[in-house]
Design a protein around this ligand. Structure first.
Ligand code: ADP
Length: 301
């Protein structure tokens, strides 16, 4: 809670006692009658919200306990949501939950959803709201069982309906909207490399955009893997030029309205990445008023 109170812009619900995972179990029960439809419209008055809210508030009354921060990262594919969310997760000791990772785990599991998901993901399309909420609910429930509190969500919500569902069950404190010049996004996705053993994310792209027509230049150094990962690097099947362009189009169509959703609720922190991690990380910490946290962590190391 100390972190939370320092992030004045972030805190809109510091005193709201809740347990996101518990709420999501209500959410998934409430969603099940809809599970065959991926495009059903969400009616805030007559739909999911009103059906699950009484149960959720009942749970709040039964379990009045504090929680940790509940943050969301928004931003186009390739912007670096995973990089910064995972760094903040390490710094604050809050779980980083990336729905893209949940989808990829499901893909790798050869479970019943696997082949359906593979087709969707490899075409750069979005998985249905029901499937993604189901995967997220299970992840939150598993976390709760391990005693996790709070979360940094990465890749969720990605549609207004997902945002409405989330808003209906819990209070998000802050949404960090990462922005990067469009010229860099495709190169960042194509340069992404993942260690097949530890899951670490690296990037071989060296982005050097020259200043032009009054626009400043931008340099982003590659993010090389440590020696132990170097021989185990793989690329994501959906990081091809054609699929990345499709994901960028889908972001514009489906996820840009999510930015407006949170902007209108006063929860959106816009953050223009000034360059690579070395330059951007301290500025992000400053924007979040978290410099002290890093100082404490380095002092303890
Ligand atoms: P990106 O680099 O495009 O942000 P992610 O790793 O977050 O990629 O997600 C990979 C894929 O997983 C997406 O293209 C989509 O098919 C699926 N996915 C992840 N999160 C969601 C979500 N919230 N809603 C729908 N589909 C999702």
């Amino acid at each position: 809670m100390a972190v939370l109170s320092r992030c004045s812009r972030a805190v809109t619900a510091a005193t709201t006692p809740n347990a996101a995972a518990a709420k999501f179990s209500y959410l998934i029960r409430a969603l099940s009658p809809f599970s065959s439809s991926s495009s059903s419209t969400f009616d805030a008055d007559n739909g999911l919200n009103s059906r699950i809210k009484p149960a959720v508030f009942g749970a709040l009354k039964r379990e009045p306990k504090d929680r940790n921060v509940q943050w969301v990262f928004l931003g186009c594919p390739g912007v670096g949501k995973g990089t910064y969310a995972s760094r903040l997760s390490d710094l604050l000791g809050i779980p980083h939950i990336a729905t893209g990772d949940l989808v990829r785990d499901e893909l790798a599991s050869s479970g019943p959803l696997s082949s359906q998901l593979k087709e969707i993901v490899n075409q750069g399309k979005l998985v249905s709201d029901e499937i993604i909420v189901d995967l997220l609910s299970k992840r939150l429930e598993a976390g709760e069982a391990k005693g996790e509190s709070g979360f940094i969500l990465d890749g969720f919500p990605r549609t207004v309906r997902q945002a409405e569902i989330l808003e209906g069950v819990t209070d998000i404190d802050l949404v960090i909207n990462l922005k990067l010049r469009e010229e860099a996004l495709l190169a960042k996705c194509l340069g992404r490399r993942i260690c097949s053993e530890c899951g670490g994310n690296y990037n071989v792209a060296c982005i050097d955009i020259k200043a032009e027509n009054g626009k400043p230049g931008m340099y982003m150094a590659p993010l090389p893997p440590p020696p132990q990962c170097a021989s185990k690097l793989i690329t994501r099947a959906d990081d091809t030029e054609e699929v990345v362009k499709q994901r960028l189009r889908i972001y514009q169509a489906m996820t840009l309205p999510v930015e407006d959703f949170y902007r209108s609720r006063g929860k959106l922190l816009e953050f223009d990445l000034p360059g690579g991690v070395r330059e951007s990380w301290p500025k992000l910490l400053h924007a979040l008023n978290l410099e002290d946290e890093e100082d404490k962590q380095s002092a303890a190391a």
